[in-house]
Every structure is written in C-alpha cells, then in structure tokens.
Write a protein that binds this ligand. Structure first.
Ligand code: ARG
Length: 245
C-alpha cells in the first residue's frame, strides 16, 4: 500500500513538474507596431487592438512559436519605431512602396487595395475621378500613400489629418470636398456612416505587406514561410472571410 502511495506521489510530482515546466516555457516575444485607426485592418475595441492584421500576425507568430505584443502608435511613427528597434515588425495595412523599400524590407504582399475618393452624398461637387480633384479641398491622412498621391497633384488644396475618422468628419461638416483613402477602409467608413459615397474613379493598385528591418533577413524568411503555410492550410482564407464579409 505504502509503495503504491509512493508511486502515486511520484507520478503526481512528475506530472505537475511536466505541466509547470510547460507553463513556464517562455515564448520569445514578437513586438508588433501598428496604428489602430484603420478598420478593418486594425482598430480599437475598447482598449484592445483588433482587426485582420492583428489576427494575421498572431497566426504568423503562432507558426514561429512566438508571442505577439502589439504596440499602437501614430502611423508616421511606425517606420521610425522599427528603425530604432522599438518593434520587430510593422503591420498596419502598410503599402510596400518603392520609397519605403529604401528604408525597410517587406514580406510577400498579403492584400491588394487602391486609393479611392469619398464624397458627401448629394454634394459630390462633380467629382468622379482623381483629375476632378483639381481646385478642390481634399483631406488625406498624414504619411499615408493617399497623402503622397494627392500631394503630387497640381492645384489641389491638401488638408492633412492624423486619422481617417478626422478626415471623414471634416467631409461630413463640409470643411473639405473629398477624402482620399485606401479602398477597404473607405468601404468600411461608407458602410458604417450614412451620407457618404465613393467616386467611380480608383487609383493604382497597392500591395500591403509586413515591414521588417533591413538587417533582419532571417526574421523576414520566417515570416514569409509562415505566410505560405497559413495561406496553404486555409487559415488566411478564413481571416479574409471573417473581416471582409
Ligand atoms: N496603405 C496606406 C499606406 O501605406 C495607408 C495605411 C494606413 N494604415 C494604418 N494602420 N493607419 O500609407
């Protein structure tokens, strides 16, 4: 009897040790920079950052055996934060532009979007396409690709805002004639607010990708491998369905 008790005790000890060893196993953290003002890619639900990009990077990190820590910051602060090692990666519906490629590396693209024009319903000022923005007051978000596109257009009065919703509010209040923003986020705002419409014209396609430091070649490879895996096993498709339908 004593023997059995002893055996039992040893077994429990082994089990609990096994569990605690498991629980204590610390996953290496993956610090992720984003700007949670870009639904449905990233936005706040209470104080929690949620959205497609967040689910996507969590799935990638799971493949890599790492644990995501999200850091929410201003969009124009993201690449500087990456460069100064405050974060390991940036995922923010960020377009992999040639200009940004000079400073950072990008993963394989995971989403394609384009710039669109949001107008006030019943007060579209005759704007149908980008050429019609000439002579108009146009809201863009600081540092977004839309900012670059509109700023290069002659004779457009550019009004820069820090967040998309602020530009939308300016449009609703008649302070600007149009807002230029990424298609998916624009769709999201138009669907959730009455009195907004999209112009027919669309800008060129842009690819969203995850940014990593130039020196992090190994991390970039791991991320790309994880994306391949997530795309092949159906996880990616499920996330698209969850966030875009
Ligand atoms: N795609 C645009 C860009 O790269 C806008 C991205 C904005 N993203 C955000 N999380 N605020 O400039």
């Amino acid at each position: 009897m004593k023997k059995i008790m002893k055996l039992f005790a040893v077994l429990i000890l082994m089990l609990s040790f096994g569990f605690s060893a498991n629980g204590a196993e610390k996953k290496e953290k993956l610090y992720v920079g984003t700007n949670a003002e870009f639904p449905p890619f990233e936005y706040l639900e209470g104080s929690e950052v949620v959205g497609f990009d967040i689910d996507f990077i969590n799935a990638i990190a799971a493949e890599m055996g790492r644990e995501v820590v999200v850091k929410d910051m201003s969009f124009d602060g993201l690449l500087p934060a990456l460069q100064t090692n405050k974060v390991d990666v940036v995922i923010a519906g960020m377009t992999a532009t040639e200009e940004r490629k000079k400073a950072v590396n990008f993963s394989q693209p995971y989403y394609s979007a384009n710039q669109v024009i949001i107008l006030k319903e019943g007060d579209t000022k005759g704007i149908k396409d980008f050429a019609d923005l000439k002579g108009k007051k146009v809201a863009v978000m600081l540092g977004f690709t839309g900012d670059v596109v509109v700023s290069e257009m002659p004779e457009v009065q550019v009004e820069r805002f820090n967040a998309a919703y602020a530009g939308i509010m300016a449009l609703q209040n008649g302070k600007v004639d149009a807002v230029v923003l990424d298609s998916e986020t624009a769709n999201n705002y138009v669907a959730k607010n009455s009195g907004l419409v999209l112009a027919e014209g669309k800008g060129e396609a842009e690819d969203y990708a995850i940014a990593v430091k130039k020196k992090d070649a190994e991390l970039l490879k791991e991320i790309n491998t994880a994306i391949d895996k997530i795309k092949a096993d159906g996880t990616f498709g499920k996330l698209i369905e969850k966030h875009f339908n």
